[in-house]
Ligand binder design. Structure first.
Ligand code: DI6
Ligand code: FE
Length: 397
C-alpha cells in the first residue's frame, strides 16, 4: 500500500513535517517514508491512496485508560457539583468503591460488552493502541476477570490493547484499615495469577492519602520487578505523596497525573527516564486548581505523554484530541508537545518501541485527518477530524 500527497507529521523530530510526502507499507510495517519527488520507481506500483494534502500522523496511542468497568457515576457528578469533593465521596464509600461493587457484580462478558462502545469512541477519535487498566475488582478473581475482558477487546476490534494490572487502586471495605494485608493477600497474589496467564503487560497502583502509601506499595513493586513486569504509578494527583520519586526508583515506565509533583520528583523522573503522563480530563472533571509543573518538566527534559484517563469517576472522556486540547488550554502544553504526547511519548510510556512515529520498520498504524496542520488536532474543541485510520497496514472499512 502506498499513501501519496500526504502532509506528513512523522513525529521523529518535533512534528517532523514532510509536505507532499509518500508512505509505503508492506504487510503491517512502514517500509519507506519521504517526499513524493524522491519516491523510488518500484514503489509507485503499489495500490495507492491519494491523501490530497491531508495531514497524516502516527496512529494515536492512549497510554492511560480504565475503559473496562461496570456502571457509571453520574450521581457523584451531581454531588460534586453540589460541593462534595472527590476525596469526601471516596471516604464515604463511594467513588472508586462504587465502581468496584458494580464491576464485581458483572461477568467478563458484561465487562467486554460495556467496554466496546467506549473503545469504539476511542478508535473513532484516532486511537490505534489503547492501554486498559484493571483495578475495579480488588479480589484475585475479579482483577483477572477485568484483565481477560481487556485482552478480548483486542480480538474484537482493530486496535492493540496493552493490559495493565492496576493491582492496588483502592482498599476494599473488607480490608479497611489494613492496606498492607490487602497488598499481601490480594494485590501480589493477583499479580502472580495475571502474570501466569500472560494477562499483564505492566503493573500500576494509586499512591494517595485515599489509597496507598509508597511504603505499602514497595512489596508490590518489588514483586513486579522480580517477575520482569514494568511498573507505572498514579502519583501526586491530589497531594504530594512522593510517589513519582518512588516510581522512578523502580525504573517506572511512567508516573501519571502529577499535579502535586515536587522538584525532587521531577529530578528523579528525569534521571530514570520515566515519562510524565498528563491527564487533563481528571483535572477538568474534578475542577482542580493546581496544574502539573509543565514548565519544570519541560526544562528537565522529562518526556510528557497525554492520555484520556477514561474512567467513570474522574474522567468520563474517550477522545484523545479533546485531551490534547485540554492539555494545551489548561496546562499550556504546545500543540506539538500534545501530539508527541499521544504518539511518540505515549509509546514510550507503554514501553513500545515499534510505534508512535512514522519511520521505516515501525508498525503501519496511521491516522489520516481532515486537517492540513498538526496544530489543528489540539486547536479544535471536541472535534474528531479523523478521515481514515490504518491499523497494522489495513485501512479501516
Ligand atoms: N485516579 C484516576 O484518575 C482514576 N484512578 C485513579 O487512581 C479514577 C478512578 C475512579 O474515580 O474511578
Ligand atoms: Fe487513572
Amino acid at each position: 500500500m502506498l499513501l501519496t500527497h500526504a502532509t506528513l507529521a512523522t513525529m521523529t523530530d518535533g512534528y517532523g513535517l514532510i509536505p507532499d510526502a509518500a508512505v509505503a507499507i508492506d504487510g503491517d510495517r512502514i517500509v519507506w517514508v519521504g517526499p513524493m519527488a524522491d519516491l523510488p520507481a518500484p514503489l509507485t506500483q503499489a495500490d495507492s491512496i491519494d491523501c490530497r494534502g491531508r495531514l497524516v500522523t502516527p496512529g494515536l496511542i492512549d497510554c492511560h485508560s480504565h475503559a473496562v468497568h461496570a456502571g457509571h457515576r453520574a450521581v457523584e457528578f451531581e454531588l460534586r457539583l453540589q460541593g462534595a469533593s472527590y476525596a469526601e465521596i471516596a471516604r464515604a464509600g463511594g467513588g472508586i468503591l462504587s465502581t468496584v461493587t458494580a464491576t464485581r457484580a458483572a461477568t467478563e462478558a458484561d465487562l467486554l460488552a460495556s467496554a466496546l462502545p467506549r473503545i469504539d469512541q476511542m478508535i473513532a477519535s484516532g486511537a490505534t493502541t489503547i492501554e486498559v487498566k484493571s483495578g475495579y475488582g480488588l479480589t484475585v478473581a475479579d482483577e483477572i476477570k477485568m484483565l481477560r475482558a481487556a485482552r478480548q477487546i483486542g480480538d474484537q476490534r482493530q486496535v492493540t490493547i496493552r493490559a495493565t494490572h492496576l493491582a492496588a487502586h483502592a482498599i476494599p471495605p473488607e480490608y479497611a484499615g489494613r492496606a498492607r494485608d490487602y497488598i499481601a493477600d490480594v494485590a501480589i497474589p493477583s499479580l502472580w495469577a495475571a502474570h501466569a496467564e500472560g494477562l499483564a503487560d505492566a503493573v500500576d497502583a494509586f499512591c494517595e492519602t485515599i489509597a496507598f502509601s509508597t511504603d505499602e506499595l514497595a512489596p508490590l513493586f518489588a514483586e513486579a520487578r522480580r517477575l520482569g513486569l514494568p511498573v507505572k504509578l498514579h502519583a501526586e494527583q491530589l497531594t504530594d505523596q512522593h510517589g513519582a520519586g518512588f516510581a522512578a526508583r523502580h525504573a517506572a515506565l511512567s508516573a501519571d497525573h502529577l499535579e502535586y509533583l515536587s522538584p525532587e520528583g521531577i529530578a528523579a523522573m528525569a534521571a530514570a527516564g520515566t515519562v510524565a503522563v498528563i491527564l487533563p480530563g481528571a483535572f477538568y472533571t474534578l475542577r482542580e486548581s493546581q496544574s502539573p509543573p509543565i514548565a519544570a518538566l519541560r526544562a528537565a527534559g522529562v518526556p510528557m505523554a497525554v492520555a484520556t484517563d477514561l474512567n467513570p469517576g474522574s474522567s468520563p472522556m474517550a477522545s484523545l484530541p479533546l485531551a490534547m486540547n485540554m492539555a494545551c488550554t489548561l496546562f499550556r502544553l504546545t500543540p506539538q508537545e500534545a501530539l508527541l504526547g499521544t504518539t511518540a511519548h505515549a509509546a514510550r510510556a507503554l514501553g513500545l518501541a515499534d510505534r508512535g512515529r512514522i519511520a521505516p520498520g515501525l508498525r503501519a498504524d496511521l491516522c489520516l485527518w481532515n486537517a492540513d496542520h498538526p496544530a489543528e488536532l489540539s486547536y479544535r474543541i471536541g472535534a474528531t477530524p479523523l478521515h481514515a485510520r490504518i491499523f497494522g497496514g489495513h485501512l479501516d472499512a
